[in-house]
Write a protein that binds this ligand. Structure first.
Ligand SMILES: NC(=O)C1=CN([C@@H]2O[C@H](COP(=O)(O)OP(=O)(O)OC[C@H]3O[C@@H](n4cnc5c(N)ncnc54)[C@H](O)[C@@H]3O)[C@@H](O)[C@H]2O)C=CC1
Ligand SMILES: O=C(O)/C=C/C=C(\O)C(=O)O
Length: 487
């Protein structure tokens, strides 16, 4: 196995990063590029031994990192952000080669957000107050104690962005980390380990292990020394992780799938509504937040569908490295099979493809809009995670809300309406972690982020991240040194 490979001109270490050292495994797996299916390189394929070593390193590093003053932890997080900013171009080209998402998005949006994740949580840490209050003359002092080693398991659709949402608050909180990136996009996590070491993060505070979740995951998630597990990915994997974590009652944060609705009311600005709908093809539909179920009021459905189809057909699908490309490939041949299976079964069940409905060359799937779909059908109820949207109509607000809420998910919802009172009424009735009104994907790290129902457990973002990654402690001190009062 080559210890270092060159990816789009960037040197990437293919080994694990454990206790401040590169560690190889006897076995490897092949990482391929979704752009053309070519092999990028052989990556270390970790198992229980590497998981044990990484947790041991995180455990050993914990006391010193937890005792590091907040201001120093924040300084190192800012230094990591500096390192990310210096290497935006490298991170962007490597990520695009690895997961096929648009290079222009990585350059201008995603990688700057990666740096921002570190800056935001570094700064937020310094604003976390010590909530002091009084009870019958006694003082209550609430402190945010570091919790311990955390296992962070992340997906392939936005690999470094989603990983650093977890890594940054965990490190800021004074925890140590074992990061397990997805096997379909392992590379930028390795670059992050280099950047963190260069920024002066002590050995063992951040560890990165590579490999298949099915081989390395259970040792990580059932480990008694692990104090927190944060996972983003699919519902079935979340259930396995939760079962494994149950052995030690390890607290979990789960950010899972979605089948979010876009509700278009007749009073909406229809051009805006169409733009919002077409935006759902972003990242080839591989976005948990995507509003994949378009619900349109009957009176404007025909006009909406016509305008949507015109826009969707004008999208450019192709090489994600080209500036002009709107939609790149899907991550893996297996994911493509899955997407195609969903569409074929939907069409067999009576759905009509108004736009797309078929595979393209290589790992591309045509942006697709399906109509004539039943509310209880698979295509309406299950997350496809590809560029496939459905369109249904509704007669009134009650029906819109009923359809919108009628899945097992509750991650997000988007409304297009010109009536602010309607927006307020409908929002109050929706089951969703985030609701956007006449906008989409406006994100702020201060906000709570997560899903209801099977879209997740818990919230991260701002103080909610510190609630999760810290052990909150209340210290009650008696006046004048002592008291036996407990009434
Ligand atoms: N952000 C999201 O909401 C995401 C949703 N998905 C959904 O999941 C479907 C399947 O995609 P997958 O890549 O198979 O997702 P997955 O949920 O299996 O993988 C996500 C991460 O979990 C790890 N993992 C897998 N099994 C594990 C185990 N037993 N213990 C610990 N970690 C484990 C993987 O290695 C990867 O790092 C997609 O079609 C999509 O519907 C996938 C990725 C992200
Ligand atoms: O970029 C964000 O703010 C959120 C992204 C979330 C996903 O893409 C996901 O988990 O799939």
């Amino acid at each position: 196995m080559l210890e270092k490979i060159t990816v789009a001109g960037v040197s990437v270490d293919t080994r694990h990063w454990i206790g401040g050292k590169r560690v190889a495994s006897g076995a490897t797996f092949t990482d391929s590029s979704p752009i053309d299916g070519s092999a990028i390189g052989e990556i270390a394929r970790g198992g229980p031994a590497e998981a044990e070593a990484a947790v041991a390193a995180a455990r050993a590093a914990f006391p010193a990192w937890a005792a590091t003053p907040r201001a120093e932890r924040a300084r190192i997080l800012h230094a990591i952000a500096d390192g990310v900013e210096k290497r935006i171009e490298e991170l962007a080209v490597v990520e695009t080669t690895d997961n096929g998402a648009l290079l222009r998005s990585h350059r201008r949006g995603v990688m700057p957000r990666v740096a921002h994740n570190f800056r935001f949580f570094a700064d937020w840490l310094l604003t976390l107050g010590h909530e002091d209050f009084e009870t019958r003359g006694h003082t209550n002092h609430v402190s945010w104690d570091p919790a311990g080693p955390c296992v962070l398991i992340t997906p392939w659709n936005a690999p470094l962005m989603l990983a650093t949402w977890k890594v940054a608050p965990a490190l800021a909180a004074g925890d140590t980390v074992v990061l397990k990136p997805a096997e379909w996009s392992p590379l930028t996590a390795s670059l992050l380990a280099d950047i963190a070491a260069e920024a002066g993060l002590p050995a063992g505070v951040l560890n990165v292990v590579q490999g298949y979740g099915s081989e390395i995951g259970d040792t990580l998630t059932s480990h008694p020394d692990v104090r927190r597990i944060s996972f983003t990915g699919s519902v079935p994997t979340a259930k396995r992780i939760a079962a494994s974590a149950a052995a030690n009652l390890t607290p979990l944060s789960l950010e899972l799938g979605g089948k979010s609705p876009l509700l278009v009311f007749a009073d909406a600005d229809l051009d805006l509504a169409v733009d919002l709908a077409v935006e759902q093809y972003d990242n080839a539909g591989q976005v948990c937040l995507a509003a994949t179920r378009i619900l349109v009021e009957e009176s404007v459905a025909e006009e909406f569908t016509r305008r949507f189809a015109d826009k969707a057909r004008a999208l450019t699908q192709g090489d994600p490295r080209d500036e002009a490309t709107d939609i790149g490939p899907n991550i893996h041949p297996r994911q493509l099979e899955k997407i195609d299976g969903f569409v074929r079964r939907a069409v067999e069940a009576g759905a009509r493809a108004v736009v797309g409905g078929e595979r393209g060359d290589g790992q591309f799937y045509a942006p697709t809009l399906l109509t004539d779909v039943a509310q209880d059908s698979e295509i309406v109820q299950e997350e496809v995670f590809g560029p496939v949207l459905t369109l249904q109509t509704f007669a009134d607000e009650d029906e819109a809300v009923r359809l919108a809420n009628d899945t097992r998910f509750g991650l997000a919802a988007t409304l297009a309406t010109g009536d602010p009172e309607r927006a307020e009424r409908v929002t109050a009735r929706l089951v969703a972690g985030t609701v956007w009104v006449n906008c989409f994907f406006v994100r702020d790290l201060q906000a709570p982020f997560g899903g209801s129902r099977q879209s997740g457990v818990g919230r991260e973002g701002g103080t909610w991240s510190f609630d999760f990654y810290c052990d909150l402690k209340n210290t009650v001190t008696a006046p004048n040194g002592w008291s036996h009062s407990h009434g």
